[in-house]
Every structure is written in structure tokens, then in C-alpha cells.
Design a protein around this ligand. Structure first.
Ligand code: NAD
Length: 356
């Protein structure tokens, strides 16, 4: 059918690495940028996204029409829990890699819809791993974990060996569980799996549920913004990481991924399993963030400091990226600290989007 031939066309690598990558969550913030970057360098790319309504659906549709369609990335509208669809896709295309970014993101929404986290981040991951495991090509998997797994640990900076047994949100708990599920699949079935712990990603086409985005919107609309902090927490700080650095990290993880060994007669445990931080190594306090936005938007913010941390928030995130430098650096070229915001435009665009 037309559908199948468009998928096959989109999946065909043009040059370069010769990879064919399935990107789940392709209409999402990171997924859209990563899909376009993969396509631009000549990889075959097929996107998958369920276009759910967690946030403004028009933003996802614009990412599709303005970024993905233009780059020639075909996006299948479907859910990672639709195993029939997944099997069909993996039968149609022999993916070399899966960049798995589809998830229920956000910390606060778990108070509204806790089951969506279990469905997408746990059930969805298992369904995807099941299909990968029984596919012919057994692609290597690179997937999004999160800095939130460090939870209440405030001994910064965070290195991958630090404790992750105190999640502060259901979101964090599902990401942590995902890492353990991934390990089990690596161990039993010889799948090659890399989990990337992203630290607060920002940039154009970003998510409207993130602080820098709704602060910008409220500052522009002259609305009061609340800054939450607490006696035990102090000032909240985040290791804001620019989208291009995250995309580079994803591509490097794909390029350095080893082939899955499978379990057919091979020694168990020899397939690759990695968990790697991907952050900017330079936390910015929420007060600093607001003053940067004020300067960029040329509007003074009406601030209200609330002396109480919000549910699910952790005090600080700060990546140690020595492992990323070792594992991904040779492909990444430069993994270095950049000042925030790395690109003023990145922040200004949020304002502009809300002005239209
Ligand atoms: P996003 O919400 O913009 O993208 C996720 C996409 O996945 C969305 O387009 C959504 O429609 C899709 N999706 C969700 N559930 C699905 C399902 N069951 N089936 C198919 N598609 C589904 O989020 P993002 O910021 O691009 O994040 C991408 C990944 O990175 C997520 O796994 C997220 O948890 C992780 N992450 C993001 C950040 C960040 O700061 N943005 C930080 C750490 C980790």
C-alpha cells in the first residue's frame, strides 16, 4: 500500500552510516530534532508517535509539518503499546537501531494521570523490547532515561554510580524501573541497550509544560510567576542542556552502540548495556533563569517566592559527564560546558510562539 512504500522510502539510508533508525516519540520535542538530524546526515528514519494530548497537540502537528515532513521523515501515527503495529513495522523494515523517546514526560501530571506513566514508560517499554527481541534484525536500542532518577540525592555532581533509590516522583520511578527492565532484557536476550539520562533539555520547539516555557509566557503576559523553594531545598537549580547537545549525544550513542548478540547459543551478558548522563554540567538557579528571561524579553517579572517545594521537584540537578566523554566523546567531538542560554534565540522563540 501507499503507507508501506512511504515507510520503506523514509527508512532507506542515503549515505553515511547506513543506519536505519526507528524513532519513537518523533513528534515530541527531542524526537523531532533527533529525527531531522539523523535524516540530514543520511540515515534512514521512521518516526512513531501517538500524538497524545498531554500538551498542545498543535505543537506536535507543527513539529511534524514544519520539521519532520520537510526533512522527509515519515511518521507513523500509533502507540508503542500497539504490538500488532510494532510487529508490522519491524517486519517491513529491518531497523539497525531504535531511538526510543516516546514516554509520558513531566513530573506534575502524575498527580492527574498516574496510569499514563505506567502505560507508556513501563508497559510501552516492555512491549517495544519484546518486539525488538523477537525481530529478525534485533536492533540496538538507545532510549531516554532521565536525571530525575537521582531523586533526593543532593550530593552533586551526579555520576552514574550514585544512588538512584530515592525517586521523588512517579515519573522518576518509572524511568528508574525502565533502566532495570532494560538491564533484564540485555541480560536475558542479549539486546544492546544504552540508557541516556537527559538533564533538563531546552531549545526551540520545546515543551510547554517546562518552567522556562511557562515563565516566558507568563512574564510576557504580565502575569505573576511563582518560584517554589523550601527550607530544606533552598534555591532550586537545574542543569539546563541545549537540545543540539542532547541530539549529538543521541547520535553518538547510536554510532557507538554495539550489535545485539541475541541469546541463541551466545554467552549471556556479553551484549552492551550502558547508562550515561547527558547534561551541561552547569546548574542554573531558578532565580537566575528568571533574570535571564527578563533580560531577553525586556520585561520585568512579577515574582512570588513560595517557601515550599512543589511535589515531585528535586532541589538540584547537576551532571557529571565523564562517562559521556569516554563513551560518546570520540564521536561527539566536543562535550563541553556551555553557558546558559546557549542560544538566546532558543529562549526568545518561546516568547514569539506565544505572541502569535
Ligand atoms: P515530549 O512529550 O515532547 O515527547 C514525547 C513524545 O512521545 C510525544 O510526542 C508523545 O506524543 C509521544 N508518546 C508518548 N507516549 C506515547 C506512546 N505510548 N506511544 C507513542 N508515542 C507516545 O517529551 P521530550 O521532552 O521530547 O522527551 C523525550 C524523552 O526524553 C522522554 O522519554 C522523556 O521522558 C525524556 N526526557 C526528557 C527531558 C527533557 O528535559 N525534555 C529530560 C529527561 C528525559
Amino acid at each position: 500500500s501507499g503507507w508501506e512504500s512511504r515507510i520503506k522510502l523514509s527508512a532507506k539510508p542515503r549515505s553515511g552510516t547506513g543506519h536505519t533508525v526507528l524513532v519513537t516519540g518523533a513528534a515530541g520535542f527531542i524526537g523531532a530534532h533527533a529525527s531531522v538530524a539523523l535524516k540530514r546526515r543520511g540515515d534512514g528514519v521512521v518516526g512513531l508517535d501517538n500524538f497524545n494530548h498531554y500538551y498542545d497537540i498543535t505543537l506536535k502537528k507543527s513539529r511534524k509539518s514544519k520539521l519532520l515532513d520537510r526533512a522527509g521523515v515519515f511518521v507513523v501515527e500509533g502507540d508503542i503499546n500497539d504490538v500488532v503495529l510494532l510487529r508490522k513495522l519491524f517486519g517491513l523494515v529491518h531497523f539497525t537501531h531504535v531511538l526510543h523517546l516516546a514516554a509520558q514526560a513531566g513530573v506534575r501530571y502524575a498527580m492527574v494521570n498516574p496510569n499514563s506513566y505506567i502505560r507508556s514508560n513501563i508497559d510501552g517499554l516492555v512491549n517495544l523490547l519484546e518486539v525488538v527481541k523477537s525481530s529478525i534484525a534485533q536492533p540496538a536500542i538507545v532510549w531516554a532515561s532521565s536525571s530525575s532518577v537521582y531523586g533526593l540525592n543532593s550530593k552533586v555532581s551526579f555520576s552514574e554510580k550514585d544512588r538512584t533509590d530515592q525517586p521523588a516522583s512517579l515519573y522518576a520511578a518509572t524511568k528508574k524501573a525502565g533502566e532495570e527492565i532494560a538491564h533484564a532484557y540485555n541480560h536475558i536476550y542479549g539486546l544492546s541497550i544504552t540508557g541516556l539520562r537527559f538533564f533538563t533539555v531546552y531549545g526551540p520547539w520545546g515543551r510547554p509544560d517546562m518552567a522556562y516555557f511557562f515563565f516566558t509566557k507568563d512574564i510576557l503576559n504580565r502575569k505573576q510567576i511563582s518560584i517554589f523553594e523550601g527550607p530544606n531545598h533552598g534555591t532550586i537549580a537545574r542543569d539546563f542542556t541545549y537540545i543540539d547537545d542532547i541530539v549529538k549525544g543521541c547520535l553518538s550513542a547510536i554510532d557507538t552502540a554495539k550489535k545485539s548478540t541475541g541469546n541463541g547459543g551466545k554467552k549471556k551478558g556479553e551484549a552492551q548495556f550502558r547508562i550515561i548522563n547527558l547534561g551541561n554540567t552547569s546548574p542554573v538557579s531558578v532565580h537566575k533563569l528568571v533574570s535571564i528571561l527578563e533580560k531577553l524579553l525586556k520585561v520585568k517579572a512579577k515574582k512570588k517566592v513560595v517557601l515550599m517545594p512543589r511535589n515531585g521537584d528535586v532541589p538540584i540537578t547537576h551532571a557529571n559527564i565523564s562517562l559521556a566523554r569516554m563513551e560518546l566523546g570520540r564521536v561527539l567531538g566536543e562535550v563541553k560546558k556551555t553557558s546558559f542560554p546557549r542560544n538566546n534565540l532558543a529562549v526568545e522563540e518561546y516568547g514569539l510562539m506565544y505572541r502569535v
